[in-house]
Design a protein. Structure first.
Length: 112
């Protein structure tokens, strides 16, 4: 069963809160509004076992290319989590097998 977790960015306090949905906890005390934004857990972990959420900025090591490191943002688009290259303004579906090559380097709220 997939873990259903969210982190909530609090614009006023400039921090994240984390919730995990389960049979005992529906997360009903939280509402998205103009002071908060919800970001969903992708179900993947980076190479340091950190959970990857929407809005994370990651580096991807590309083994096919010698010493190539690509930076991308995680977005949910067209029904899937995607690596989003800002410079190119396009995204690619996340490959569920290569999260061991991914390293979280920040997020869109704390590291613009």
């Amino acid at each position: 069963m997939r873990e259903i977790k969210f982190r909530i960015w609090d614009y006023e306090n400039k921090r994240f809160d984390y919730i995990e949905l389960s049979n005992k906890n529906c997360g009903c005390g939280w509402k998205q509004n103009d002071k908060t934004i919800f970001q969903e857990f992708t179900g993947l972990y980076d190479k340091h076992k950190k959970p990857i959420y929407e809005g994370d900025i990651i580096e991807i090591e590309e083994p096919e290319f010698e010493s190539a490191v690509i930076s991308a943002e995680i977005k949910f688009s067209r029904g899937a989590f995607m690596y989003w290259w800002r410079e190119e303004k396009r995204g690619f579906p996340m490959d569920m097998t290569n999260s061991k090559d991914v390293k979280i380097i920040g997020n869109i709220y704390e590291n613009k």
